[in-house]
Every structure is written in structure tokens, then in C-alpha cells.
Design a protein around this ligand. Sequence first.
Ligand code: ZN
Length: 96
Amino acid sequence: MLVLITALYVAVRPWLIDTVGIPALVLFVLATGAVGSIVIAWWQARNRRYICPACTHVFPVSVRRNLASQNWFGRLHTHCPSCDKQSWCDIAPDEN
Ligand SMILES: [Zn+2]
């Protein structure tokens, strides 16, 4: 999959640079990255619950907090709404 994307990128890049120019291309890549991370944060906010290691409270996280917090292999460094401790919260297992 990654090879395919790379091949496509290498094949399409000269054409893209010719048609849209480098600044527009850089802007496009940055915009795509920003939109991508917002979509991922939105998806995580909708589907994920985090569990507080201090009090085992399970809570959802808003899109904004998801973007603002450090995310490390699925663990989120955030405030627990129950005990108000800042800690690394793991993803809670699905209830359904
Ligand atoms: Zn807590």
C-alpha cells in the first residue's frame, strides 16, 4: 500500500509541480495533513473511551482535547474529568 502511494507520488509529482506550482503543492500537503489529523481526532472522539489509571473512570474525549493532548500509541495524556488528575490514559475496552 505504501509502495503504491510512493509510486503514485513519484509519478504524479512532476505533473503536479508543473500545473499547480511548489507553494500550492506544499500548502495542499499541509492542508491534507491538517484535515487528516482532524478527521482522525473526530473519529477517535466518537468511537473511543479512555480509562483513568488513578480512579478507573471511563470517559470520552472531545475532538479539541484529542487534538490538543499528546497521543502516544493510543494512550492519551489528559485530565480525568472524575478525579482531575493529569495522566496517561489507556483506551478502554469496548463494552459492546
Ligand atoms: Zn481519574
